[in-house]
Design a protein around this ligand. Structure first.
Ligand SMILES: C[S@@+](CC[C@H](N)C(=O)[O-])C[C@H]1O[C@@H](n2cnc3c(N)ncnc32)[C@H](O)[C@@H]1O
Length: 196
């Protein structure tokens, strides 16, 4: 079972990384095409090799994308720079206080489902700590409804989303993506969550 930093690093070393599709998530691209770029300070937890980062980064915003697997961050850093993106080797649940309340957006994509369910509340409290009071989350939750056992990716139910995020966020918008990576159809839920 992949859980520790070492396990994830080993997966990148072996190139056993089925989540890597070689391009940004189609629904992220659709959202940005319809609504324009996310502005301000953007934080991306568990960014992997940074597949989504070039789509989110512009000359006008600032993206901080973190992952705790050194190989993932090394690959991310080798991407051509497109804007003000920054890649950091860091553990999501052990970030320095300088990041507290610095971010307008947190972009979630296949990080929440990668965290062991026993540590989900740490994920949520970290996101809450990172966001500015009026900050928002843009999430592509991989809910993986057919997965009955184990992970990652761990199954995420709607009830669990309410349980973890409900006390801190209101759901501003929710939709099922029209376009996604092959094999992920009906297995994702997109949400824009606003801090309460
Ligand atoms: C399924 S991959 C998704 C990567 C990326 N979001 C994507 O869609 O390509 C999950 C990523 O989360 C990272 N990760 C898991 N737990 C983490 C933690 N506590 N801190 C930082 N990164 C973490 C792993 O190293 C891995 O790169």
């Amino acid at each position: 079972m992949i859980q520790t930093q070492t396990d994830w690093e080993e997966a990148y070393r072996r190139r056993e990384t089925p989540w890597e599709k070689g391009r940004a998530h189609p629904a992220l691209l659709d959202f940005l095409a319809e609504n324009g770029s996310l502005s301000g300070e953007i934080f991306i937890p568990g960014c992997g090799s940074g597949q989504d980062v070039p789509a989110l980064s512009t000359a006008q915003n600032h993206v901080v994308a973190i992952d705790f697997a050194p190989r993932a961050i090394a690959r991310a850093k080798s991407r051509p720079r497109v804007g003000n993106e920054e890649y950091l080797l860091a553990d999501l649940v052990n970030l320095p206080p300088k990041f507290d309340h610095q971010f307008d957006w947190v972009f979630e994509h296949t990080c929440f489902c990668a965290i062991h369910p026993s540590r989900r509340s740490e994920y949520v409290s970290t996101v809450v700590r990172l966001l500015k009071p009026a900050g928002k989350m843009f999430a592509i939750f991989f809910i993986n409804p057919d997965n009955e056992e184990g992970g990652p990716p761990y199954r995420v139910s709607r009830q669990e989303l309410e349980e973890y995020f409900g006390p801190h966020f209101v759901v501003e918008r929710e939709w099922v993506p029209q376009r996604t990576h092959p094999g992920r159809e009906e297995r994702e839920l997109m949400r824009i969550l606003a801090r309460v």
